[in-house]
Design a protein around this ligand. Structure first.
Ligand code: TXA
Ligand code: MG
Length: 347
């Protein structure tokens, strides 16, 4: 059921559910999360089973503030503290060395833990209520079934899990794609999952160069590459974030000049592009939606657009591939994973 996230009764009820080991659908500025007490393995196991997520894919623990880091992580490097001071609360998750023996469920028994302090006022309010009841953090993956498109409204969460889940409504998510994940366990900051923060912004905040996985492995001798491998991250599986329809990523030229909707395999076609595309073919029902030309607006719209195409029953979605610049990295990453499922775009 969906409850208004600003309502203090609803927030109190949500905090009590968390304390009794239940799950709550929670708005954050990136996407909605499916939350539980991060330190209760029993509560966290309900997240894995409701999502259908393999139990070896660790979750992010969400904190009220940086004060709670000490309950979860240790040996926080200097550059990580700088990132925290400058970018929390916000759409940034850090992988840090975990305190031994805690949060086994949340971390899938890993030696590291993913921590994030969300900026959304409803997330902050629930974390605050929970903290007053002795809860130190909330494990929360995106509130979708495993492999599916992440939810950016309370209604999307309801579509995924139905009436039995208690969902706090915080409106449509401002950021729209998941947090940037920076691994701080391998001596240098390394981006594991791009989001809306660019490498330049991250490097400026960290006071040193933040690397991509590729750049990091180039610095290593071949012998070291295996032992310095990235910790596992389910959002980094090649096929992820997939709508039901088949997604095809096309260059602007292909979409506007070389390709005709007449070649679509199916008769219901969704197109998301900056310029309007039409079809003269009578065989095709074409649904065109305008892709924003600003990366922030595009990220905000992305998952809701894929879901809307699914809901109108298109069988194919053609998406204009955005430019290859740092501001578009997070969007390109999600689009490539959505398209990968049908093998249309080599990666
Ligand atoms: O914006 C977000 O990050 C959203 C909101 C709800 O906060 N959450 C989210 O969670 O995207 P999820 O579970 O869908 O993605 C978490 C990612 C996964 O790719 C997971 O494998 C990775 O974080 N992760 C978690 N713990 C990790 C660890 N110890 N080492 C490496 N990756 C980790
Ligand atoms: Mg997810």
């Amino acid at each position: 059921m969906i409850f208004p996230g600003q309502n203090s009764e609803a927030l109190k009820k949500a905090a009590h559910l968390i304390c009794s080991g239940e799950l709550v659908g929670l708005p954050t500025e990136t996407v909605y999360g499916l939350s539980a007490d991060a330190l209760s393995d029993e509560a966290v196991s309900k997240i894995y089973s409701l999502k259908g997520r393999p139990s070896n894919h660790p979750l992010i623990a969400h904190l009220f503030s940086k004060e709670e880091i000490k309950y979860f992580a240790t040996d926080v490097p200097d550059y990580a503290n700088k990132l925290i001071d400058r970018l929390w609360p916000g759409p940034l998750t850090l992988i840090l060395k975990k305190i031994d023996g805690i949060a086994m469920g949340c971390t899938a028994n890993a030696k590291s833990i993913a921590l994030r302090c969300p900026a959304h006022p409803v997330a902050q309010a629930l974390l605050g209520e929970c903290r007053d009841l002795g809860i130190r953090g909330l494990a929360a993956p995106s509130a979708n079934r495993f492999g599916r498109v992440s939810p950016t409204t309370a209604e999307h969460v309801h579509e995924e899990f139905g009436e039995s889940l208690f969902i706090l409504d915080g409106g449509p998510c401002e950021v729209g794609i998941e947090s940037t994940i920076v691994d701080c366990t391998r001596g240098q900051p390394i981006v594991l999952r791009p989001g809306v923060l660019t490498i330049q912004e991250l490097s400026l905040s960290a006071g040193q160069q933040v690397l991509s996985e590729k750049e990091f492995s180039r610095l290593l001798s071949p012998l070291k590459i295996k032992e310095a491998r990235a910790p596992s991250a389910s959002g980094t599986l090649e096929s992820h974030y997939a709508p039901k329809a088949l997604v095809r990523l096309l260059s602007r030229e292909d979409l506007l000049l070389n390709f005709s909707p007449a070649v679509a395999v199916s008769s219901r076609l969704g197109i998301w592009s900056q310029e309007k595309v039409t079809s003269k073919s009578e065989r095709i029902s074409l649904f065109w939606r305008q892709m924003p030309n600003d990366p922030h607006a595009c990220a905000k719209a992305l998952f809701a657009q894929l879901r809307e195409f699914d809901s109108i029953g298109v069988e194919e979605i053609w998406v204009e591939k955005p430019q290859n610049s740092p501001e578009w990295a997070g969007i390109n990453d999600r689009l490539q994973r959505a398209a990968y499922a049908v093998g249309t775009e080599p990666r």
